[in-house]
Design a protein around this ligand. Structure first.
Ligand SMILES: [Cu+2]
Length: 451
């Protein structure tokens, strides 16, 4: 929660326009985005006027669903009695509004998704990410700004760093376009940095990654030839066939209830009620993705709030569009991109499948030609940390899967079993747990990350 403050003589609008003007000067020093014409002279309207952003996100609030609602162990905090049908938890979040008109963007108020859209960038390319603040539908009394802070990204200047005390935040009804040119491949995370304990816990967090320039060249390692890599390794040792972003977080249901019901929270009372991967708790983690946009190259925002025809995503998960299911063929090399923006340490394990950590916090674990990769079956990820992990899918053993269509199932989960739980429901496992399904060569090549 924030108080609105305004210093005499400097209006919020004037301050923002001043900031955008500075952005113009800096952006003008860079080469234009590939495929775009040269940057025009920019007006006070700032970077947003320079052209179509590569990604557009809206910040707002909304309602999502956590599993186990028949076990009201957290009454009255959860399930929340104010929630619309099919939902049970109040959240803040980002929404993918890329390609929508201003009028369509405005209609996304109150339709936040968690976790935030997974974003992918290419090394040494320029990107513009536009953030619009739509306000909070349930709490119009809160006049909080929002920002995008790309955790671990080395900005040339603070303006695009999203820390409001050091740069700017986006007021309600306004937008701001962040500029990035990522130089360092690896797995990262992003979050709103305004009232960040509250906004991070409420759901304004997500995963992003930068793919290396080495992609597209080919390296043969053993019997396999790779063209996709986690890093510029120089020898193909981080090559993979399929990649999956797995974003780790926790939900403190009492805090979410109090935000919805106009009460204050002491955030040091934090006690997790749900443990999530990609904003879902098991068994929802293995339910399907919302469809991908092949033109955008990543998941669509389900902009009208309804899964498109043909989608098998349950309606209750329409604002949690990102599956955490890992699917692969026997023998595939699989890259897991793990990032943690919860408040707790997590140690992800997979029974009987060795894993190799090749990157930590967007740094390749290799010094020149000497690799320092870590072979383990337990990958620890602290808050604010990321890991790039490879495993080779075991041979197919004839599993029939849950629907008889031929896959072996391995569990990938936090080895602290207290986190395999949904709001204290003793009847079913849940929480930070997902499945790795290994097929007998019947899966087509992966078209998009997490597909
Ligand atoms: Cu925020």
């Amino acid at each position: 929660m924030s108080e609105q403050t305004r210093k005499p003589g400097v209006s919020r609008r004037g301050f923002l326009l001043g900031g955008a003007g500075a952005a113009t000067i800096v952006a003008g020093a860079y080469r234009p985005h590939s495929g775009a014409s040269a940057l025009p002279e920019l007006s006070d309207a700032g970077l947003a006027a320079a052209g179509v952003p590569d990604v557009a996100l809206a910040a707002t609030d909304g309602w999502v669903a956590m599993p186990g609602a028949n076990q009201p162990a957290l009454s009255p905090f959860w399930p929340d009695s104010m929630a619309p049908p099919g939902k049970n938890l109040y959240v803040f979040g980002f929404r993918n509004v890329t390609g929508l008109t201003d009028a369509q963007v405005a209609q996304q108020r109150g339709l936040a998704q968690i976790s935030a859209p997974q974003l992918s960038f290419k090394q040494d390319q320029d990107y513009r990410v536009k953030l619009s603040n739509l306000g909070l539908s349930v709490r119009p009394d809160l006049v909080d700004g929002h920002t995008i802070h790309w955790h671990g990204f080395v900005n040339a200047i603070p303006l695009f760093d999203g820390v409001p005390e050091l740069s700017i935040s986006v007021p309600i009804g306004r937008s701001f376009t962040y500029f990035y040119r990522p130089h360092d491949p690896g797995t990262y995370m992003y979050h709103c940095h305004f009232e960040d304990v509250e906004h991070v816990q409420m759901g304004m967090t997500g995963l992003l990654f930068v793919s290396p320039k080495q992609n597209g060249t080919s390296f043969t390692v053993g019997s396999k030839t790779f063209t996709k890599f986690a890093y510029n390794d120089g020898d193909g040792s981080t090559g993979y066939d399929r990649e999956f972003g797995l974003f780790l977080s926790e939900i403190f249901a009492e805090g979410h209830y109090r935000d919805a019901h106009i009460q204050t929270t002491d955030w040091t009372d934090f006690k997790a009620s749900f443990w999530c991967i990609n904003g879902r708790s098991y068994p929802d983690t293995v339910k399907p993705n919302a469809p991908y946009s092949t033109t955008l190259g990543y998941q669509t925002g389900l902009a009208d709030g309804t899964p498109p025809a043909g989608s098998t995503l349950p309606g209750s998960l329409q604002y949690q569009p990102q599956s955490a299911l890992v699917t692969c063929n026997a023998g595939d090399r699989v890259l897991l991109r793990l990032a943690n923006l919860g408040y707790q340490n997590h140690a992800m394990t997979m029974d009987n499948v060795p894993m190799r950590i090749v990157g930590k916090d967007a740094l390749l674990l290799k010094n020149g030609t000497i690799a320092h990769y870590i072979d383990t079956n337990s990958v620890e990820v602290g808050p604010g940390e990321s890991r790039d992990v490879l495993f080779t899918a075991p041979g197919f053993s004839g599993g029939t899967g849950t629907s008889g269509n031929g896959y072996d199932t391995y569990l990938l989960y936090d080895r602290n079993l207290a986190y395999a739980d949904n709001a204290g429901d003793p009847a079913s496992p849940g929480g930070m747990l997902t499945e790795v399904r290994v097929y007998n060569g019947t899966l087509p090549a992966q078209s998009q990350p997490n597909a």
